[in-house]
Design a protein around this ligand. Sequence first.
Ligand code: HEC
Length: 218
Amino acid sequence: MAERPKSVWRSISFWRRSAVWVTGFSTILLIWLTFDTMGQIKMGTDEDLQNGVTKRVPAPTVINYHIEYKMNEKRGHEAPVIGEKEPFFGKEWSPKEAAALLHLGKLTVQAKNCMNCHTLLGNGAYYAPDLTKAWLDPAWSNDGPMLAMTGKSTREEAMAEFLQHPSKYPTHARMMPDLGITAEEAKGVVAFLKHMSAIDTNGFPRNFGKEEVTTYAH
Ligand code: HEC
């Protein structure tokens, strides 16, 4: 009786070799993707901003610039566009000052657990508005209601005032509670929010600008 040829699918050495190759390939792919991602999310420098070099995560000194959110036809979604310089709380911040202010803002956001109600860059809750692009919310623009409500003349001052006394300025059915944020912390949080709005998030959250326009166009 002739012996049946052994199928390759039943060969142990075939599966062993395959496992080694697949593991090796995946490892190399993951290492490459890790480095690629780290390059993409690496924070830019103040020089990048001065030279108009676009970085996904700009330097803290982006708070010294006007930020807009514009439709990018090629990519099919909105993206932040960094414009001309504008004063932030009445001055231009040096790289060191801007980094320190942003750091204070980040610590405050963590300490007060804003994510318990809000979403930041995809993390958090959906009880309150998404904060990823809150800085760009038309409600805080010259035509929006927040400047008049808080009696302030700039977006950053109005936001800082709101953050210190949110229960004084209710706008929706849900109200944000007073969290005991100091004037200095509020400045830091506004810087943190402005910086976050300048991060290129591939259009996340979707339709941010459009939703806000329908909400406030009465
Ligand atoms: C207990 C829930 C809660 C927590 C905690 C909270 N918020 Fe809010 N926040 C709200 C609600 C609700 C609103 C909507 C209020 C309104 O529009 O009248 C709001 C509104 C805001 C707005 C205006 C949003 C916009 O797009 O105009 C900002 C900015 C904001 N919160 C920042 C913060 C920051 C920063 C923290 C942490 C320091 C924080 N919130 C913590 C509930 C919360």
